[in-house]
Write a protein that binds this ligand. Structure first.
Ligand code: ZN
Length: 202
């Protein structure tokens, strides 16, 4: 399986990064070794500015290529929640030098994923609330209504370039409020008020 991540899909986050609003979905990938479903996350030694980005995650349920926006709903059935962990210091260096982002984004355990996925029939896809708390204080909250490109558009766009396969995950972008985590922090993710994961930074 592969992990596809969407960048700058919420205008408030693009603003806080001083990045332009994209005209088409921007995506990058993480390898399957990035998946993290455990509790204890060990702060990587290569960064001193690890940031959280909480994101809704779409699980692909059918193989497809060149999927139209109209047909996209046939290619996923459930939504989960994750964190796109980012070594912000390395990402800044990569961006400044025009280099790829893998060092900053694709490292081991950088894709926190909830065990549970919620069937899309149980959700109003245009109105999913999600949030991240750090040590019991909410630090990021978003709603799917604020996505610049909604899920069906993301699937259609990505599948023009990359064949989607069953089990692939699409991280749909983070709302504003990204920031650093420290050893000792506990991060908890919520979808429509339900606890989806808890991660302790060690
Ligand atoms: Zn992200």
């Amino acid at each position: 399986m592969k992990i596809i991540c969407i960048g700058r899909n919420y205008s408030d986050h693009a603003k806080e990064m001083n990045s332009p609003i994209p005209e088409e979905p921007l995506f990058f990938m993480k390898p399957d070794t990035a998946l993290f479903r455990e509790t204890n996350f060990y702060y990587p030694e290569f960064t001193s500015d690890l940031h959280h980005e909480v994101e809704l995650v779409v699980k692909i349920s059918k193989v497809g290529k060149h999927i139209s926006v109209k047909n996209a709903p046939n290619y996923y059935s459930a939504i989960g929640l994750g964190i796109d962990f980012t070594a912000r210091d390395l990402q800044k260096q990569c961006k400044a030098q025009g280099l790829p982002w893998e060092k900053a984004k694709a490292f081991d355990n950088s894709a926190v994923i909830s065990q549970q996925f919620i069937s899309k029939e149980e959700l109003d896809l245009g109105n999913i609330n999600f949030s991240l708390s750090k040590n019991n204080t909410t630090i990021q909250s978003g709603n799917s209504a604020d996505m610049l490109f909604h899920i069906d558009e993301l699937i259609s766009h990505v599948s023009k370039f990359v064949t989607l396969k069953t089990g692939d995950l699409i991280y749909t972008g983070t709302p504003e409020g990204v920031g650093p985590v420290q050893i000792g922090d506990e991060l908890s993710g919520y979808l429509n008020g339900n606890l989806m994961f808890s991660v302790k930074i060690k």
